[in-house]
Write a protein that binds this ligand. Sequence first.
Ligand code: 4NP
Length: 173
Amino acid sequence: MSKNQPVYRSITKENPYKVCFVCLGNICRSPTGEGVMQHLVNKEGLSAFIESDSAGTGAWHVGEPANSKSSMIAEKYGVKLLSRARKFEYSDFEYFDLILAMDKENLRDLHQLDRKKQFREKIMLMRAFDPMPENKEVPDPYYGGIHGFENVFQMVMRSCEQLLALLKPHIRT
Ligand code: 4NP
């Protein structure tokens, strides 16, 4: 599997492709990833083939819904954020095909959890799929203003559109 090539198998209803978006708190960036990916997948009628979920590397917000600013921006674009925060667990490495970190700290934390380096190829920065040629991190918007949340949404949307385009040729109906 090369850096921007996330698929190495056929995607079927029996064996759907599973993506997990990961950030620190699982209330802003990764719920946006989960919601946007689900929205795009639903729009194309592919919900039987691609699963989307999210988790945080930290546990402070476990059980909480998405941040109100994240939800407000997403709804502006017709996307509902339905997640409840949970902490990323070791078993998620087995379950998911692709684990997408929002920033390099999330990536480092995931690598530390994968201490035997068994799952390295599944773990990537989400913005590896962002066609915009700039910094590959999604900045934490939590302590900033609404503009930061809008910025997160746009980065997530571009990345998810590109990821879905890469997944689609592998879907066997
Ligand atoms: P997220 O944003 O990682 O995008 O969900 C954050 C949410 C909460 C905190 C940090 C980042 N926090 O420190 O509580």
